[in-house]
Design a protein around this ligand. Sequence first.
Ligand SMILES: [Fe+2]
Ligand SMILES: [Fe+2]
Length: 302
Amino acid sequence: MSPGEVDSLKIYTLSEDYTGYDSPFWASFGISFLLHIKSGEGEKKILFDTATDSEPVLHNMKLLEIDPHDIDLIFLSHSHFDHTGGIAGILKEIGKDEVPIIAHPEIFNISIMPEPYTEPYRSSIFLNQGLSGKNSKVNIEELGGRWYLTADPMNLMTGVMTTGEIKSGDKVDYERVPNIDLLDLKDGKLIPSVIRDDISLSVNTQKGLIIITGCSHAGIVSIVKKAIKITGIKNVEGIVGGFHLLSAKSGTIDQTIKDLKNLNVNRIYSGHCTGFEAEYKFRNIFSKDFERLSSGKIITFK
Ligand SMILES: [Fe+2]
Ligand SMILES: [Fe+2]
């Protein structure tokens, strides 16, 4: 299925764990991007994830002169709090009667860290359940959020497609094991979490696909392969987001970089959960085609 093509894509980094020295932008744990997409059928502003809290995202939006009211829809890459935590606060500022939210049907799953965790403001065992409390399903609906939950790929506008769930058959061997150690609470049982709700977004520009990920729990190589498969477009101009290689073995990082090179990925923009070793290696291999994400960073594709 050909997704068509966009005229331009501008990515504003609204939240990233890093902001650089002497930056007026706030760093905060988690990812949030504003995607401004123009195509023949018009333009859309898509909020991709909402980081841990709304305050840094709204602060950075102000500096970037982005009016929250202009946001057309929200895409949530997965449930974890560092991607969904800011949603209620941002919806309040959007202030619309109806805002579509695209996510996987398992976005409300409850995940638990199997070991004691001592981070000061997240002492609850429901560590990775982002959509609870002020961000509960019902509260989000009261603030105008309208859920569009599907495990299938979905066309959001000409040239813009979600990957849908990356099923086991679409995964490369070494990405079948989850890259984070969590337990899912399901029907009264604790089972290892496979983070089925991890989905990504592909935007087809004139230079090729730009694939935007949250944490890449489905595995960055498998995500890129799935995006190529469903769009039929083989040229990948860039991948942008967190690749969750921070706890990966050195051999897995090397294999990941080799496979991304073999898939003809041209440019890498990473941060968040990618990890220092992987970033160092990406930098070595991709050279000037590797850039570290930071709050406030703007990336433009035409
Ligand atoms: Fe994350
Ligand atoms: Fe995550």
